[in-house]
Design a protein around this ligand. Structure first.
Ligand code: ZN
Length: 254
């Protein structure tokens, strides 16, 4: 209780400070969705991102010097996702690591029979339940400058973090409404199945075929499309759009 009182006081102090003068221009340049938000969403976003930026630990990796431009761009996209949710500024995210571009990571691949193979993998970003969100700035910027392609690394990795709020990433974020969860368990698997069939048949898909990998990737890919290409998602996958809209409590295609 004491902790939360301190936190509240600290947040009040953050919000009492004026918005740094350079930030509105950064939002205008790198956060396309800004114009589509209602005035009340816009002012909540600016408040949320100030708290988000102040409370997270930010670290530039691979020689990257972090700037306000980077922090504001990343925070705006992340906070946009939770405008309709009451989830305490992505409480699972403590640290955000930013590389200049794609990076290499060492990963362990279980081969069966207790054998584990080590290999290098090239990555653009990642999210771990008890770890940081890692992002390639090149790719964050590319999506920020060219919205409307249904691809956005920030939406993707932070969707994983939402998914992880109730355990390992499994494509089911915390949903209180029993009826909504019932429909979620029908719609999401059916949509995943149709993405799998379409990508196996080599058909063009609106959703990134990477979403066919598993339930968690499907939710992350569908969230990217929901925020970055909402009208197309609504037209081509109305049930998926509607259920994501109910979860996020937003209607970005409107
Ligand atoms: Zn992913």
């Amino acid at each position: 209780m004491f902790f939360s009182w301190l936190k509240k006081r600290r947040r009040r102090r953050i919000l009492a400070e004026p918005v740094p003068p350079a930030w509105p221009a950064i939002l205008q340049e790198h956060f396309d969705a800004h114009v589509a938000l209602t005035p009340s969403q816009r002012s909540r976003l600016v408040d949320d991102l100030r708290v988000f930026i102040a409370e997270k630990e930010w670290e530039g990796c691979g020689g990257l010097e972090l700037t306000d431009d980077m922090r504001v761009t990343i925070a705006a996209h992340a906070c946009r996702m939770i405008l309709g949710l009451d989830i305490n500024y992505f409480s699972l995210v403590q640290t955000i690591l930013v590389y200049p571009a794609g990076y290499h990571a060492r990963e362990e691949v279980p081969m069966g029979g207790g054998v584990v193979m080590q290999r290098d993998s090239d990555r653009l970003g990642e999210a771990h339940r008890r770890g940081p969100v890692v992002l390639s700035w090149d790719d964050v910027l590319e999506a920020a400058r060219n919205p409307g392609r249904g691809e956005n690394l920030v939406y993707h990795e932070f969707a994983h973090k939402l998914d992880m709020l109730n355990g390992e990433a499994d494509g089911i974020p915390p949903i209180d409404d029993g009826k909504l969860i019932e429909r979620w368990l029908k719609v999401l698997p059916a949509e995943l199945d149709s993405l799998r069939r379409a990508s196996a048949a080599g058909r063009e898909t609106l959703l990134d075929p990477y979403g066919a990998e598993n339930e968690a990737e499907f939710f992350a890919v569908a969230s990217e499309c929901f925020f970055d290409l909402p009208q197309d998602l609504r037209a081509r996958h109305p049930r998926l759009y509607a259920i994501l809209g109910e979860f996020y409590r937003q209607d970005p295609a409107a």
